[in-house]
Design a protein around this ligand. Structure first.
Ligand SMILES: NC(=O)c1ccc[n+]([C@@H]2O[C@H](COP(=O)([O-])OP(=O)(O)OC[C@H]3O[C@@H](n4cnc5c(N)ncnc54)[C@H](OP(=O)(O)O)[C@@H]3O)[C@@H](O)[C@H]2O)c1
Length: 227
């Protein structure tokens, strides 16, 4: 494992993104996190900046700050995301546009602004993008018209982006967990849920795979769901 990675983590102030940033920092990698809430960012004690991934221009400035802080970016982890469960009839067009903007376009925006830095890193050895998909990207649930659409979309986005970036030496993969006990979307954490650290482990596995190999897709689910 080559340590000393320089990893930009969107949504790195809570849940899976924070667990990933902490796991990387603990082993000596550099991290730079972003999310919207300044107090939560400050509480992490990690280097970072406030940012809304829906705003590509703002995200571009934050990616530049991340590169400045770490001396470059050789990995991007896209963990910024939102979720809600709402029956189709009750979803306002604005709400639908908003979940697409955060989960889908926000991931596109981060990949887009990080690309120049990742290209530089690839030229000297390693560059990776890890997107947060979900089992909800393969299986629909009732009330999932908003969330399922974004997670199914992220699978296609990730696979297509891999094809575009592989010739540049940039790997692109997706981690697709079942329910993680972060409280996302108002789901109350249960003892049998995955822990954010479990998902962080899968993200590190993608980053750490030998450069010959690309771990494109890892699905993980709670091993002991209730009977
Ligand atoms: N929890 C699960 O069961 C589960 C399962 C499968 C996949 N996932 C996926 O994993 C990812 C992380 O989920 P999580 O459970 O860790 O959620 P979480 O604990 O709610 O953390 C989400 C993070 O994203 C940030 N964020 C939200 N909207 C943002 C925006 N517009 N711009 C920038 N940052 C934003 C949040 O901070 P601010 O609110 O301060 O911006 C927070 O740091 C999501 O993509 C989610 O879909 C989660």
């Amino acid at each position: 494992v080559k340590v000393g990675r320089r990893v930009f983590v969107t949504g790195g102030t809570a849940g899976i993104g924070l667990a990933t940033a902490r796991a990387l920092a603990a082993r000596g990698d550099q991290v730079f996190v972003c999310a919207r809430d300044a107090a939560r960012l400050a509480a992490t004690g990690l280097p970072g900046a406030t940012c809304d991934v829906r705003d590509a221009a703002q995200l571009g400035r934050v990616a530049a700050a991340a590169a400045e802080c770490m001396g470059g970016i050789d990995a991007l982890v896209n963990s910024a995301g939102i979720a809600w469960i709402t029956p189709f009839e009750a979803i306002a067009p604005e709400a639908f546009a908003s979940i697409l903007a955060v989960n889908l376009a926000g991931t596109f925006n981060a990949c887009h602004v990080a690309l120049p830095f990742l290209k530089q890193a690839a030229a000297t050895g390693q560059a990776d993008i890890v997107n947060l998909g979900s089992r909800s990207g393969r299986y629909a649930f009732k009330g999932g018209v908003g969330y399922n659409t974004t997670k199914f979309g992220l699978q296609g986005f990730t696979e297509a982006l891999f094809l575009d970036l592989a010739p540049l030496g940039i790997r692109v993969g997706l981690v697709a967990p079942g329910t993680v006990g972060t409280g996302l979307g108002g789901t109350a954490p249960e003892s049998w849920h995955l822990a954010p650290e479990d998902v962080a482990g899968a993200i590190l596995a993608l980053l750490d795979a030998d450069r010959r190999a690309s771990l494109n897709w890892i699905e993980l689910r709670p091993a002991r769901p209730p009977a």
